[in-house]
Design a protein around this ligand. Structure first.
Ligand code: ATP
Length: 328
């Protein structure tokens, strides 16, 4: 069914990521360009249920393209998971005359949008905003590139200490289900080993590899570990294991944590956000709904939300081999 859209709501939901503000700005300005009203919905589905809305025009999003976090705030809403909660949200949207929305978030946020759209027939469009890059249908999610740069910079600094003291560092990075961050920063920061959720390196092989590194004359070592790594051991347990099995190393642990999610977006993320916002608004205008905008081969694409949610984003196995060769 083709809708004539007059007012689009935009909100951020789930975990924040750098580039969300640039995407909000893009949605607002694309609406202004096409003479459609735009409304900012604060605190994700929580704010939708409460009617926490504010009209946004092209000038109200000035000075935010370079800011991390999200000016619309983000939240997780238990109430939206219930039919009653979604009914309240729908009533608030109708009251405000919002007839379509763009949700910037991860797969949970998209699942909510999909269910809502099925129940109430309101057109929805998703923009993937998460640093983990764990969404099917796009080679890059918003914030991923910034996070890679942030983490590489942090590891470079840790390496200064590692090499000054002949230490082995286990560095935990984000990535519960996918190892994109670990794999890329591991290669980019010259890590000796990379532990990711997709591959079980095995603890024996890890120890063997670290021994070889030591024997080949390396004075320090960095092992990048994704949160959800397949060995099933966290960085502290890995330290204990190496302490027990390799007395030649002085082992330290660093958990990078939330600093990975903050900071000014990279140029890549700002450009991606600008393209995604325009694509989202223009796709709604041309009658598309229930899709996520994404990037494939440098072209903006649409993927049905159910596929984006169900599909699995895959790591680049070639990088694993490159990493092996580099750590010779
Ligand atoms: P991140 O990748 O940072 O976790 P996300 O979008 O996956 O981001 P979630 O906390 O999973 O974050 O989801 C955000 C919100 O989407 C939830 O708080 C909830 O309000 C809504 N949501 C998620 N799943 C559902 C569902 N099955 N039904 C209705 N709403 C949902």
């Amino acid at each position: 069914m083709l809708y004539t859209i007059k007012k689009i709501g935009v909100f951020t939901s789930g975990g924040d990521s750098p580039g969300m503000n640039a995407a909000i700005r893009s949605v607002v300005r694309a609406c202004a360009f096409h003479d459609i009203k735009c409304v900012g919905i604060y605190r994700g589905y929580e704010g939708m249920i409460e009617g926490d809305f504010k009209p946004l025009d092209a000038r109200s999003v000035k000075g935010i393209i370079n800011k991390g976090g999200t000016v619309l705030k983000s939240a997780r809403s238990q109430e939206f998971r219930t039919e009653e909660g979604r009914k309240k949200a729908y009533d608030k949207l109708v009251e405000a005359g919002i007839d379509a929305f763009v949700v910037i978030g991860g797969d949970g946020s998209f699942t909510g949008a999909m269910i809502f759209s099925q129940e109430y027939g309101i057109p929805v469009m998703g923009i993937p905003g998460t640093i983990d890059n764990d969404i099917f249908g796009t080679t890059h999610t918003l914030g991923y590139d910034t996070a890679l740069n942030t983490v590489v910079e942090a590891i470079d600094k840790i390496r200064d200490t590692a090499s000054s003291h002949n230490r082995l560092f286990f560095i935990e990075v984000m990535g519960r289900d996918v190892g994109h961050i670990a794999l890329n920063v591991g290669v980019g920061a010259g890590a000796e080993e990379i532990l990711i959720p997709e591959e079980d390196l095995g603890l024996d092989r890890l120890v063997e590899s670290l021994r070889r590194s030591k024997q080949s004359g390396k004075s320090s070592s960095i092992v990048v570990v994704a949160e959800g790594d397949k060995t099933g051991k966290n960085v502290f347990e890995l330290k204990d294991y190496v302490d027990e099995n390799m007395s030649e190393y002085e082992v330290r642990v660093s958990v990078l944590g939330h600093m990975q999610r903050g900071g000014a977006p990279s140029c890549f993320d700002r450009v991606l956000a600008s393209r995604m916002g325009v694509k989202a608004v223009e796709s709604l205008i041309s009658g598309n709904t229930n899709c996520m905008v994404g990037l494939k081969n440098d072209i903006m694409t649409l993927t049905p939300l159910d596929l984006a949610v169900k599909g699995k984003s895959k790591i680049n196995l070639e990088l694993l081999r490159v990493s092996d060769i580099m750590s010779i």
